[in-house]
Design a protein around this ligand. Structure first.
Ligand code: CKU
Length: 614
């Protein structure tokens, strides 16, 4: 659908220049940037700011950390004269939560949404073979018209702060890479690959390549050794790959799909993508990958680490994969926003399944969302408020951009279209229906769709379960509900609810996508108390005993892989401490319990072992 979503790649016809590094940076507390023409003259008294990074944890004063409003980034960029005859675009992998981009004072593009990429098409503003001034105004304000949701509060001093309706710090800024792209004047603007079926070793694949010109299109499929296994002519078609190496859990195999626009022997443009061949489907109570029922083991995660905040860091990302592999995980959910593309590429290589979540979190008018989400009466449901049509528009656009970006990844096995919406009122149904229908229409692979169901909307209360292809439950019985000495009551509450689900949704697979309890690493107590490592272990044992009573529970993803930063609050001790690991990625006792359980449980319920086929 769009060039903006295609991951940037250098090929025989395409060039990339990284714009990561140190930029000029300043807060615009008075909102005077445009009138003082910062976009033309650069920033007054800037400080150095690394890109990619969240700005908050770099500063040593609270006012800067909590900054809410417009912040400006600027740097000079040399744009080669040789690129004059092609397209020059500046690609932002993400700008959180919205941005306006200027080159040499000329406004190029505006983008809403902090977790999906966009391009600023630059040709009309470029000074060729010369230095150019690139200026970006980023804004991080939360509202009912932003995803995620929240509000801005004005303090008595006049200072403004963000009040998230969600439980993670509102990190923002240029948190992912920025790149200058050169592509030819006639170019490939989209590529879609769908594995239709895999039978008797043959994969049937459909492809579609969109260009902005009229020349002929060719496609080559190369195996991991670089040998061409299939060639095709035409912008779309069906292919058969015989003796196909399928993409499986923890046994990934990626083919390289190379698309070219050609004019006789001349290659006008070339692009490639690495694609795993696999199918995903739901049949009755089974979630199938290549026809085999799977059991999901993994975590809800966050892109979060000390100092970097939510700035993408390949070192932390790699460590997280090592931790997950050590534990025997095979999956994660991109709670609560689309993660950096590099994370999905890694999941594709490692053979991890990903539940890909749009940043639709905070659908409860509450800054204590995690607590109020368990109580029916406290906070207002958003779907019943005026102005919800605007939220819907923003949500639809976020779904479009997510699916457009991630549609080809083999690891993406399902879409999570909301996190913990309050679906308890009739008002939520038309809104949710539109989002679910849109996802079905847009996804060329027609992947299963769902949302995480919140405690407040337990079995029988939630009015939108009919929309979900499978169910995802977030439950905290034993933490927010009946905690500590009441844990046996919590077990009963959960078991009772599961029996209700058994009646209400007898044809769907269920995953637990959140369960957990805050635990301070190093706090030990016999007998246990809440917040001790011992209590976390007891809580997880109880949960797993309940899951194991129901063979239609086919996935468990505790909350959270690691401790992470949140807003300050009386329920949070320098952040959320529900990690199996600390924020610096060291294990708590529960990590060993999960490791033992998951290593003993195979990825495929039918005992299929794809590693034997590699
Ligand atoms: C987690 C009601 C549960 C909300 N859920 C969402 C997640 O973002 C929070 O961090 C719970 C928690 O630890 O409270």
């Amino acid at each position: 659908m769009s060039f903006d979503s295609m991951y940037p790649r250098t090929t025989s016809t395409r060039r990339i220049q990284s714009l990561d590094g140190t930029w000029d940076f300043t807060f615009d507390r008075q909102g005077v940037g445009e009138t003082e023409k910062w976009q033309e003259v650069g920033l007054p008294n800037p400080v150095d700011m690394p890109v990619p990074a969240s700005f908050s944890d770099i500063f040593t004063d609270k006012e800067s950390r909590e900054f809410c409003g417009d912040m400006w980034y600027a740097r000079r960029v040399f744009i080669p004269g040789e690129w004059r005859n092609g397209n020059v675009d500046i690609r932002f992998d993400a700008a959180t939560h919205r941005a306006v981009v200027y080159l040499n004072g000329i406004r190029l593009v505006e983008h809403e949404g902090g977790f999906t990429p966009f391009c600023a098409h630059a040709n009309d503003a470029v000074r060729w073979n010369d230095w150019n001034l690139l200026v970006v105004k980023v804004n991080n304000e939360l509202s009912h018209e932003s995803l995620p949701l929240g509000r801005v509060k004005e303090l008595k001093s006049g200072a403004r702060i963000n009040q998230p309706y969600f439980d993670f710090f509102n990190y923002s800024g240029l948190q992912r890479s920025v790149r200058l792209l050169y592509t030819p004047s006639e170019r490939i603007v989209d590529m879609t690959v769908v594995t239709e079926s895999v039978t008797d070793g043959t994969a049937c694949v459909r492809y579609e390549i969109e260009t902005d010109g009229e020349h002929e299109v060719r496609l080559f499929v190369r195996d991991a050794d670089g040998a061409t296994v299939v060639e095709a002519k035409g912008a779309s078609g069906a292919l058969e790959i015989e003796n196909a190496h399928l993409w499986n859990i923890q046994a990934a195999y990626l083919y390289t799909f190379v698309a070219q626009i050609v004019n006789g022997d001349e290659v006008i443009d070339e692009y490639f993508d690495e694609i795993g061949l696999r199918t995903v489907a739901i049949e009755g109570r089974d979630f199938l990958v290549n026809g085999h029922p799977v059991y999901l083991k993994g975590f809800g995660r966050h892109e979060d680490s000390p100092i970097h905040g939510r700035g993408f860091d390949p070192v932390v990302a790699r460590r997280d994969f090592e931790l997950m592999k050590w534990m025997g995980c095979n999956s994660f959910r991109t709670s609560h926003y689309p993660y950096a593309e590099e994370e999905l590429q890694e999941a594709d290589r490692e053979g991890f399944l990903v539940i890909d979540e749009v940043a639709a979190v905070g659908f409860l008018v509450s800054t204590q969302n995690f607590d109020d989400a368990t109580k029916k009466s406290v906070a207002k449901t958003l779907f019943d408020l005026p102005g919800i049509e605007k939220t819907l528009e923003v949500h639809e656009q976020a779904v479009r951009e997510l699916i457009d970006r991630d549609k080809n990844y083999a690891c993406v096995c399902a879409w999570s279209l909301f996190n913990e919406p309050d679906f308890s009122t009739d008002g939520s149904v038309p809104y949710a229906t539109q989002i679910f229908d849109l996802a079905r229409e847009l996804d060329p692979q027609k992947r299963p769709r769902s949302y995480t169901n919140v405690t407040r909307c337990r079995a029988g209360i939630d009015k939108c379960t009919h929309l979900a292809d499978f169910m995802m439950l977030n439950r905290y019985d034993g933490w927010y509900v009946s905690p500590g000495p009441e844990i046996e009551d919590a077990r009963e509450i959960l078991v009772e609810e599961m029996h209700e689900w058994e009646e209400l949704e007898p044809d769907k697979p269920f995953f637990f996508t959140e369960y957990g309890c805050d635990t301070m690493a190093g706090v030990h107590k016999l007998p246990s108390v809440m917040w001790s490592e011992e209590y976390q272990v007891e809580y997880f044992k109880m949960q797993h005993e309940v899951f194991d009573m129901f063979d239609w529970v086919v996935g468990e993803q505790p909350w959270n892989l690691c401790d992470f930063q949140t807003v300050e609050g009386k329920m949070r001790v320098d952040g959320n401490k529900k990690g199996a690991f600390t924020r610096d990625r060291q294990p708590k006792a529960v990590a060993f319990l999960l490791r033992d359980r998951w290593r003993a449980k195979s990825d495929y319920i039918d005992g299929f072992d794809p590693r034997s086929e590699l």
